[in-house]
Design a binder for this molecule. Structure first.
Ligand code: TNX
Length: 536
């Protein structure tokens, strides 16, 4: 028998028919949703986005992503990586091939352009013929991609193929941030979090255009970063955490992985070594760092203010120099945070002496100092930033000390504890969290204006907003997400959106729309009764 000879001609018509049917099937599959969509919900309005875009001009026909859509990127290899990131998200949920191509018209286009977009801004133009994101930098394109995600139905966040239609409302979004610094802090000292857990949080931060990840790498309970010249910091000082767990630390390779991943999401890592207080993990690792030469035991409780580096000893500055040198070498970002809070066991003159000696070390290794706002009680170095973590009811004298430093050139990052400390309980019933700054429900966390928060501070001194997450009560990603969501989204909006776009009533409706996205992303958020979440 020569089956091939006879079969081919007979099979061909079948093949053709199957192909035809498939094509018709595709058309039918794609046409049905369109018919549905015509009678059903319009696409998501261009302004239903968090952070609220600077300006939105709706109008024209929506763009629809189909099986034939291409992602076109003209520009650098880095811009192509942003295109690949977008295509990766869209392929999973649409099931479409969405090939990445170069020049050409139509489809989803990402382009770099010398226009007036700022370092992180972008423009999104949507119409029947395509969607174009334009920015001066890949970071701008990346932020535009986050906007694009939120303009597609929440099913776009699923990991498997979903039904469309995948439409983006017609019109233009022009957007750029209010502040250059939009941070989130994760305390990896009180509880240790793995590289995978940190990466997961980075992806969540990127959704809201956060561009700084501040890692609180050392505290009384744990030292979390390998330092070659002082190896016991990590191996001994890192082997505990609150509650007595095993803790852990990042090897230099781990840390570089975090930095690289953050960079791929356009976040800068800001490492913090908290000094001279909050240093029990270091003091317990090396007896010679203590004024009395006796190493204290490791600490796994949650008290603060009992430890201090030994300000008069020379070895203290050898230690600081080594640590800062090695950490600076691992850090491509501009900043190095030296803590400086709650130094209740350091005398004031010692505190000032310590800061006078340590800030120049940071500069020598090419970094800019950030310190908690107690630094303004010493002599902040030229160019240093102070991170304000007071409350509405912080005393006038302390606020004025910060404001005065700001008038003298110290930049401010605002983290008012009774608004954006993500570790505060929402209500008395919250399953984890602290209460020292008060209960912070979603509205309270959002309802303040960073530009007008501290009296007597010039506009130009406010460099941004950061939402810290201290982790005395936080043990895993589910805990992180419960406290960070939804409040983190509000902090991100305060950092990005112009003052005139802020407002609780509009915000809460936009926030409600994030709920189904978070469900699809597996983010386990707190369903605050203050927000009109759609039913699940
Ligand atoms: C105060 S905020 C601290 C931290 C605690 C936090 C708990 C700051 C600079 N210091 O040591 O973890 O409160 O909310």
């Amino acid at each position: 028998m020569r089956p091939n000879h006879g079969t081919t001609p007979r099979i061909l018509p079948h093949l053709l028919a199957t192909l035809l049917l498939a094509a018709v099937g595709v058309v039918a599959l794609d046409a049905a949703p369109e018919a549905r969509a015509a009678t059903q919900a319009p696409p998501i309005p261009l302004d239903r986005v968090i952070p609220a875009p600077a300006s939105v001009t709706p109008g024209g026909t929506p763009y629809r992503i189909t099986r034939a859509t291409r992602v076109r990127v003209d520009g650098s290899a880095e811009a192509r990586r942003v295109g690949a990131y977008l295509a990766g998200i869209l392929r999973r949920s649409t099931g479409y091939p969405l090939p990445l191509t170069g020049h050409g018209k139509g489809g989803i286009r990402l382009r770099l352009d010398k226009g007036d977009f700022g370092a992180e801004g972008y423009r999104l133009d949507s119409g029947a013929g395509g969607v174009t994101l334009t920015a001066r930098t890949p970071a701008g394109l990346f932020h535009g991609v986050q906007t694009l995600r939120q303009l597609l139905p929440p099913a776009v966040e699923k990991k498997t193929a979903q039904r469309g239609p995948w439409r983006i409302a017609g019109g233009t979004v022009q957007d750029r941030p209010r502040y250059a610094y939009r941070g989130a802090m994760l305390d990896v000292s009180r509880h240790f979090f793995t590289v995978a857990q940190v990466k997961r949080y980075i992806d969540q931060l990127a959704l809201y255009k956060v561009n700084a990840l501040h890692l609180h790498l050392s505290d009384d309970q744990g030292w979390r970063i390998a330092v070659d010249s002082w190896p016991r910091l990590a191996t001994y000082g890192g082997a505990n955490e609150v509650g007595g767990g095993r803790g852990g630390h990042y090897t230099k390779a781990d840390y570089r992985r975090i930095v690289r991943y953050a960079a791929s999401r356009y976040l800068e890592v800001v490492p913090e070594i908290d000094m001279p207080g909050h240093t029990n993990a270091a003091l317990s690792s090396y007896a010679e760092l203590n004024c009395d030469g006796v190493a204290p035991p490791p600490y796994t409780g949650t008290k603060v203010g009992f430890s201090s580096l030994c300000v008069p000893k020379k070895i203290t500055y050898d230690f600081v120099d080594d640590v800062i040198r090695e950490l600076a070498a691992l850090t491509p970002g501009r900043y190095l945070h030296i803590g400086g809070d709650e130094a209740h066991s350091t005398s004031h003159p010692d505190y000032v002496t310590f800061m006078d000696r340590v800030q120049p070390v940071v500069a020598r290794y090419g970094k800019t100092v950030i310190g908690w706002h107690q630094l303004t009680g010493a002599r902040p170095a030229q160019g240093a930033l102070a991170q304000y973590w007071g409350r509405d009811r912080t005393g006038a004298a302390e606020k004025e000390q910060v404001a005065k430093a700001a008038r003298n050139g110290t930049g401010l990052i605002l983290s008012p504890a009774d608004h954006i400390y993500l570790d505060m309980k929402y209500t008395n019933d919250s399953r984890i969290g602290l209460t020292w700054a008060g209960l912070v429900e979603v509205r309270r966390s959002y309802d303040w204006n960073p530009g007008a928060y501290l009296a007597g501070v010039p506009d130009s001194a406010v460099r941004g907003v950061e939402a810290p997450l201290w982790t005395e009560t936080v043990r895993d990603s589910a805990d992180i997400e419960y406290l960070a969501f939804p409040r983190l989204a509000g902090a991100a909006e305060l950092g990005w959106s112009p003052a005139e776009r802020l407002g609780w009533d509009g915000y809460r409706a936009r926030l409600a729309a994030q709920g189904p996205r978070w469900d699809n992303l597996g983010i386990r958020y707190y369903r605050s009764p203050q927000v009109p979440w759609p039913a699940r």
